[in-house]
Design a protein around this ligand. Sequence first.
Ligand code: GLA
Length: 690
Amino acid sequence: MCIRDSIYKVDDKNGRLYQSYLGQKLSFDSDIVQLPLGNEAYLTHGMEDYFEPAIRVLHNDGNPSLLLKYISHENKQLQPGVDETVILLKDDKYPVEVKLHFIAYPKENIIKEYAEISHQEKKPVTLYNYASSLLHLNGSKYFLTEFAGDWAHEVNMKETELAFGKKMLDTKLGSRANMFCSPFFLLALDRKAEENAGDVLFGTIGWTGNYRFTFEVDNENGLRVLSGINPYASEYSLKPNEVFRTPEFIFTYSTEGKGKASRDFQRWARKYQLKDGEKSRMTLLNNWEATYFDFNEDKLVNIMDEAVALGVDMFLLDDGWFANKYPRSSDHQGLGDWEETVTKLPNGIGKLVKEATDRGIKFGLWIEPEMVNPKSELYEKHKDWVIHLPNRDEYYFRNQMVLDLTNPKVQDYVYGVVDNLMTKYPGIAYFKWDCNSPITNIYSPYLKDQQSHLYIEYVRGLYNVLERIKQKYPNLPMMLCSGGGGRCDYEALKYFTEFWPSDNTDAVERIFIQWGYSYFFPAKSMAAHVTSWGKQPVKFRTDVASMCKLGFDIRIHEMSQTDQQYCKEAVANFKRLDDVILDGDQYRLQSPYESQHAAVMYANDNADKAVLFAFDIHPRYAESIQPLRLQGLKEDARYELKEINLVPGTQSRLACNGKTFSGEFLMNVGIPVFSSRPTNSHVIEITEVK
Ligand code: GLA
């Protein structure tokens, strides 16, 4: 069986399934037959293998082993451009079966893999391990890049060589699952990953909860990569005929380095996975960093006026608008009571929606519906809806606790937060859905004696809610936020148009954060706001945010007239070019990890329009500065270069501004765009002259 760049074979003698190959797609059957059998595809526990298995089960009779034999496979087209292969495996002694699903997107070079596990034993079978995918790789060396950190410090890229034994990337945080480590990795074979050359595997898991990637190098220097739900504290009791469906592991294998793999992921996401991936996005002004909890109706309406003057599409009201018995005047209280604070907003959200609509902009609203402050009416009324240990002191993360989404009543309630607001105020055009706490005090009052299902059922409960919202409000855009980048997986992004990469909006930090996420996510999925966290020039901050989905979260009236005018022009430029920036192919040209500069460019499908962003961060004294070579253009086309986003009253300092060059020149000789000025930036519009 050939599934894009992987090949599976069945051993004639033992009837078991093997992964024979993973790499550059092979075209000739005459070659494929000569490939060695390889390694068993979905390894089980209890037989002759000595390393980490994909699946481990305990049967009714106490037997802990499984042996899977190939039964059949089928191929079908799911939709034009999307093919599925399903391989059925069965144990010949126990009625247990595993279906391996591979969904291939040949044009984008992406494969999704997941497993369905079921059985017909008399009583439940216990699942201890249940990977979505097991991939075998064979290289002389393996270099793993992980994307880890913490709140306000997300996706720090670190590349290390794997040696014998296991390395795991996992999370046990439950709800705010990715706070320390994002659910994706890249793995280079033979040599360190390069942007435009070399073999590299990119993988990510579509699961908004505990995940685990295991990388194990064996005694023969083979590498197995196991991906799936983190089985930690999650033994699953599988009833007869129930189908346990693992989340999807999504991967690509590039022989042309990281840049190609990222562009494949970004294109695939826009076309197939991200909610409204091919639709436009709204620019916005958010009030969070401008006011925090300290606002009233007048203040908000003034900010709406600023949004109009700035030219953005929407005003987004953040945290602090709700609860009455315990008004949400700080993060210590009120979560769970989703009614407007009458002392703050006497005329309610309806009035704010109207004020926005009257000004020709949209209105968006922050919610955090999965959470509760102990100081809230919800907690007082429904303690049984809160995940907590019945006989212990409660532990709070950001003064709050997590609702028990395993309980269908709680699912109704969480769904109701959105549904009630939308029913009452149909003019709400957007939600920012936050999730600031990991699951603490880990015990579900609803699950009673099945506590080991909590982490899994929580995520399933969340998906039920999100699915209902999507069904009823298919055109409602939503931002996925989790105290910054605590959630950003591709299953959640079926329901969210964008995510909030980090609470850290310092522009220098954001260059690194956006760089890290760009390995897997398209620009349009990342909300990037201009704020006053960093103290760089407003131009620098705005240019950084303009590389993704542009927004503002800043006291506009405290900015100078020149800065305000600059921002207005930058918003207009962004809107004029957002089809290139948000929908184009991205090229990472100069890494901030490797120099004191950074550059990223976007080119549209025809390569007749491109936008280049170039930054000097903290250049060294007298460092040698080289021209920047562009990518993604047509060699024989001629392009005019124009510097945009200039501060009013200033002229471009770039020698290339206003000049015309061939694509060949731009990509081979390059243009000088870097300087020795710290926190300096340039945005260049590149247009084919026809
Ligand atoms: C989280 C979010 C912020 C903001 C606050 C509000 O930290 O990441 O953007 O919405 O909550 O409390």
